[in-house]
Design a protein around this ligand. Sequence first.
Ligand SMILES: Nc1nc2c(ncn2[C@@H]2O[C@H](COP(=O)(O)OP(=O)(O)OP(=O)(O)O)[C@@H](O)[C@H]2O)c(=O)[nH]1
Length: 351
Amino acid sequence: MTTGLGRAVPITVLTGFLGAGKTTLLNRLLRQPALANTLVLVNEFGEIGLDHLLMQGVEGDVVELSGGCLCCAVRTDLIETLSNLIAKRDAGQLSYERVILETTGLADPIPVLHSLQTDPYLAMRFALDGVITVVDAATGEGALKHEEAVRQVAVADRIVLTKTDLPEADEADIRRRISEFVPNATLLDAAKGEAEPERLFGITPWSSLGLPEVVGEWLAAEVKGERVGEHGRFRTTTIWSDAALPPMAFGMFVDLLKSGQGQRILRLKGLVKAADDPERPVVIHGVQHLFHPPVRLDSWPDDDHRTRIVVIGDGLDADVIAKLYDAFAGVPGAEPPDRSVLFATDDPISR
Ligand SMILES: Nc1nc2c(ncn2[C@@H]2O[C@H](COP(=O)(O)OP(=O)(O)OP(=O)(O)O)[C@@H](O)[C@H]2O)c(=O)[nH]1
């Protein structure tokens, strides 16, 4: 669309449940020349944002929208942020030809799409190019138990399947579920190299026509201000520590975390100071019961060289996780990991 202010800037919403692989996909896409001149807006859930730190080395601008989830707390911020970004572009302070908005894994995409389509200024200056939803073939079944994940899939015109390379993946089953639910969406397998820019961007503008009928109902409910607001039940906790974890303790820490708190973990990500080389932190990712192999960075991505681990879950106890970390890191005064506390199914504090 062309207005007196120039061509509307294409904007793509990149969504997908916690840990599905949105940032990984984005990192890969942004390295390709077709996406040079892309501005990325990353929304993070939780006290600290790690994604923008893990996106170092990526060309172009990355703007962080943190402090809450786009679909509720920071929705006005989204409108303001996008308006400011356009003003900066008009003034020649920023130069970009495309915007990608990465939502949090817990985002309800409906309010975001509604804002982009109905806010008069945004609708004039941005053209909604598409909604890409990342679906994890290994944990997608578990994710689809949550209303947010169902909504994210329902609004997609392009779906990127990830983790089909893992033995835990149930590709046939997840493909069947997706094609039954959103038969018109293009389904691409990232692990097979199908998620390329030319198959994801600039094809046909997003429209709710052709999507499941329920999407129209959700958008109508949004106009009336009705909300699902489901993710209030999830808690995000962050632990920080100056102490480094000995390499031998690393696997044990993750194993105990998995067996003790695994059922309650929806997402865990962290930067961990490792005792063998404290200058080269280790990135850890857990998605439901699946823990990905840790990856060593060449250096800390910012000036803060402490371990930080963000955990999102249902009924998690941050204190237990912090104590477990301290015990393995050998923090003086820390008690040895108490397995009865760790494996408790109810609130260990009140017992
Ligand atoms: N084996 C494999 N691992 C993947 C693939 N895609 C992503 N991962 C891993 O999955 C983990 C989570 O990936 P992220 O890209 O951080 O996921 P995300 O959707 O951005 O996570 P949140 O922003 O926390 O919701 C990381 O350990 C990735 O390396 C894939 O196709 N195959």
